[in-house]
Design a binder for this molecule. Structure first.
Ligand code: UD1
Ligand code: CA
Length: 453
């Protein structure tokens, strides 16, 4: 079946009270429209058309991709008018699926079900029965249960308002009818808009069958018109994600206190403590434990590693059985080999830290190559920057860097070498040597401190 998808995203979203176009507001770190586009992509359609209007340039700039056809709707004259703008690009499509750019929780499965049920020849509607359908279009059925029309809230009679089956707005149009139907819509209604929903009555008149599918739950088809609704979408998404993780073998200290904003891949027997935020592309392998209040972005944590409380990792590859934190800050380009340790108040950037090496306390290590079984003492700083250029510090296997050492890069410390505490190392140290670069201690016997008068 040749499938085209039209996503409606031209509306204004005044109630967001925002300079950002509504569909760009994020849910779980990705714009609402981004979620809808990904859902559309999952069905492998021939084309995806996105109808934009308010904030069109910004929306397009933010989400532009080769597989998207952007269609401008100059004036927002209604959902029927919006779809009509895309119709000229749908020639040859056997089915046209209509989605909303501000309904981001729609499951691929629900959409696929609607699409398959409707096929090429029938009109497919995604409807949902609600406790309170106020504001939604109502599905009007005849006594035989056949759908006759959709009536908008503002056009509804008292009798129609009692109907609890609501239109989600998501529908499947038979390709061969779409153009005709959309052309014959009128705006003779309470809102003076061209209603897409009027195609239902046209289908009935043309004796085109109507298929109805339902989503798993109401939240799946909920849109966001204001920030309160946006927060409900966010929490719903996070609950779903927490459930997925637990199903896959992750223990969560509290499923309500984890935020995933991106794509998280997990192994088994992982423990995640409270208030952890995981962003971007994160992979966590088996038997990893993540302490409370950690932020981990675009990183991989390999098997058996422990990330202690309040650590912040970005762009990091943590090897197996490593030990990090508490209060560690690992910045992009940090790679730890097996069994390495980075302790409290240590910052690293572009640093390879070899197997079994330790940076346990209060250090800055940037632009560094560190071998295996190295011990970096407390307060060590790689002086990697002269204000313009960055330089590399190389430290061989088995080196012992004394506490409070300043390593002025570029500098190389040979394997097995030692630096004395408090040294400022400006020259290379050969393998096995001890480098001491500090003034010698002076003693003045019987020193008299100044006395207060
Ligand atoms: C629409 C449906 C209603 C349904 C409800 C579900 C119609 C006439 N009504 O009503 O039956 O219950 O959705 O939420 O279809 N849009 C455009 N261009 C326009 C108008 C709208 O792109 O000219 C976009 C909006 O940005 C939004 C979507 O279409 O993403 C729905 O528009 P909205 O105004 O929210 O429709 P409702 O009046 O809520
Ligand atoms: Ca709406």
């Amino acid at each position: 079946m040749i499938l085209d998808i039209v996503i409606l995203a031209a509306g204004q979203g005044t109630r967001m009270r925002s300079a950002l176009p509504k569909v760009l507001h994020p849910v779980a770190g990705k714009s609402m429209l981004g979620h809808v586009i990904d859902c559309a992509r999952a069905l492998s359609p021939r084309h995806i058309h996105v109808v934009i209007g308010h904030g069109a340039e910004k929306v397009r700039e933010t989400l532009d991709a080769a597989d998207l056809n952007w269609v401008l709707q100059g004036q927002q004259l209604g959902t029927g008018h919006a779809v009509a703008q895309a119709v000229p690009y749908t020639t040859g499509a056997e089915q046209i699926l209509v989605l909303y750019g501000d309904v981001p929780l729609l499951r691929t499965d629900s959409l696929r079900k609607l699409s398959e049920q409707a096929g090429k020849k029938t009109l497919g509607l995604l409807t949902v029965t609600m406790v309170d359908p106020t504001g939604y279009g109502r599905i009007v059925r005849n006594p035989a249960g056949e759908v006759q029309a959709i009536v908008e809230q503002k056009d509804a009679s008292a009798e129609h308002l009692l109907i609890t089956e609501a239109n989600t707005g998501i529908m499947a149009l038979p390709g061969e009818q779409a153009a005709n139907w959309l052309e014959s819509l009128s705006n003779d209604n309470a809102q003076g808009e061209y209603y897409l929903t009027d195609v239902v009555a046209l289908a009935v008149a043309n004796k085109v069958a109507i298929e109805v599918a339902n989503p798993q739950d109401e939240l799946e088809v909920m849109g966001a018109n204001n920030r309160q609704q946006l927060s409900v979408l966010e929490r719903t998404w996070q609950q779903r994600e927490a459930l997925r993780l637990m199903t896959e073998g992750v223990t969560l200290a509290d499923p309500e206190r984890l935020d995933v904003r991106g794509k998280l891949v997990v192994g088994r027997d992982i423990f995640i403590d409270v208030n952890v935020v995981l962003e971007g592309q994160v992979t966590i392998e088996d038997d990893v434990e993540i302490g409370p209040h950690c932020v981990i972005r675009n990183s991989t944590i390999r098997s058996g590693s422990l990330i202690k409380a309040f650590s912040h990792l970005e762009g990091v590859d943590v090897g197996e059985a490593c030990d990090i934190g508490p209060y560690a800050r690992l910045r992009p380009g940090t790679r730890l080999d097996r069994g390495a340790k980075v302790g409290n108040f240590v910052e690293t950037k572009k640093a390879n830290i070899g197997a079994g090496s330790k940076i346990n306390h209060l250090s800055y290590v940037g632009d560094a190559e560190i071998g295996e079984q190295v011990n970096i003492g407390a307060g060590t700083i790689t002086c990697n920057y002269d204000g313009v250029n960055k330089f590399v510090t190389k430290i061989g296997d088995g080196v012992f860097i004394g506490s409070n050492t300043a390593l002025v890069a570029p500098v190389t410390i040979g394997a097995g070498a030692t630096t004395g505490a408090g040294s400022t190392i400006t020259q290379d140290v050969p393998a096995g040597a001890l480098a001491v670069a500090r003034t010698r201690q002076r003693l003045i016997e019987n020193w008299q401190r100044p006395a207060k008068k």
